[in-house]
Design a protein around this ligand. Structure first.
Ligand code: NAI
Length: 331
């Protein structure tokens, strides 16, 4: 079995080699993203193992199928970047890792909340420069505040439980009825109520046609003035350019992004010696009340181990003729 991993970094190599153990499966690691230009690297591999910013459009899938690929194994939960209809037409099953560590992502969202509120990023820089002043660092007690969660699935529920632990009142919007929210100290509410009532709004839903630009200019205007927005879901849940006006006017008080609609050309790579070409991102990074992390919410040892183990299990199940964690068009 030959498996070709795109967008694979040293941490992926470590976790996959450990999970592969003494198996005779051959793992080929490429740092390159899967694109029309790099697709030839997969030729002769049975399985292509891809991550979130790899190109799995119809054109690339056609080239993969022609090169002998028989299975697409995603290392992610999200599959919005895969042309599932094309994969089905080409007879290429697509499997994913539906859950690896909801704690990893939820805890990173909490890290963004705490850092933004207590200005940890600013304090870190100040004290290293010998500036021990406190002006501009005033935060607020989380206790008693209202936290809105959009998407009450695995990650949203872990986030809700943690925020309840801080003494927050938690409201969750999800298009489907949720059960067991009492245990999380949360209540299900309409999207309108969640947006209008929240001091902190955190996005944990998948990117779909319905959720594309869920947070746009109109919804930003409906938020409490000075509220905090956290997005660890997918970049395109938010219309990024309209955030700038909301931040400049003070309508949006704090912004924490782990994902960005145009991240695929930037995130996971070191561009520090090049001029940043994305003017929206450059402007967002200039605000003192904005923190951007480069899609690192998943990056814990536990999550990496689980991703590697589930991916190899998915491949074994497919080989045995009993695919698990398969995603299909229209499902
Ligand atoms: P999940 O499938 O357990 O939960 C998603 C929830 O969102 C479900 O309850 C679903 O009913 C709800 N939902 C669907 N459409 C919605 C809409 N339009 N508005 C509000 N809610 C909606 O998924 P999980 O594991 O909680 O992951 C959530 C998302 O987090 C993923 O789809 C992925 O995009 C993102 N993610 C980000 C990571 C990162 O490193 N930043 C890592 C892993 C996931």
């Amino acid at each position: 079995m030959r498996i070709c991993l795109f967008s694979s970094k040293t941490y992926d190599r470590d976790s996959f080699l450990a999970a592969n153990g003494s198996s005779d499966w051959h793992l080929q690691f490429h740092e390159a993203r899967l694109t029309r230009d790099s697709v030839a690297l997969a030729t002769g591999n049975d399985v292509v193992c891809a991550f979130i910013n790899d190109d799995l459009s119809a054109a690339v899938l056609e080239q993969l199928a022609a090169g002998g690929t028989r299975l697409i194994a995603l290392r992610s939960a999200g599959y919005n970047h895969v042309d599932l209809a094309a994969a089905q037409r080409l007879g290429l099953p697509v499997v994913r890792v539906p859950a690896y560590s909801p704690h990893a992502v939820a805890e990173h969202a909490v890290a963004l909340v705490l850092a933004l509120n207590r200005r940890i990023h600013r304090a870190f820089n100040r004290t290293r420069e010998g500036d021990f002043s406190l002006h501009g660092l005033t935060g607020f007690d989380l206790h008693g505040k209202t936290v809105g969660v959009v998407g009450g699935g695995k990650i949203g529920q872990v986030f809700a439980r943690i925020m309840h632990g801080f003494g927050c009142q938690v409201l969750i919007y999800d298009p489907f009825p949720l059960t067991g929210l009492g245990e999380l100290g949360a209540r299900q509410a309409s999207l309108e109520e969640v947006i209008a009532s929240s001091d902190i709004l955190s996005l944990h839903c998948p990117l779909t046609d319905d959720s594309y630009h869920l947070i746009d200019a109109a919804r930003l205007a409906q938020m409490k003035r000075g509220a905090m927005l956290i997005n660890t879901g997918r970049g395109a849940l938010v219309d990024a350019p309209v955030l700038i006006k909301a931040l400049k006017s003070g309508q949006l008080g704090y912004l924490g992004l782990d994902v960005y609609e145009e991240e695929s050309e930037l995130f996971f790579e070191d561009h520090s010696d090049l001029p940043l070409q994305d003017d929206t991102l450059a402007r967002l990074l200039s605000f003192p009340n904005v923190i951007v992390t480069a899609h690192q919410a998943f990056l814990t040892h536990e999550a990496l181990d689980a991703i590697a183990r589930t991916t190899l299990d998915n491949i074994a199940a497919w080989l045995a003729g009993q695919p698990s964690n398969e995603v299909k068009a229209g499902a």
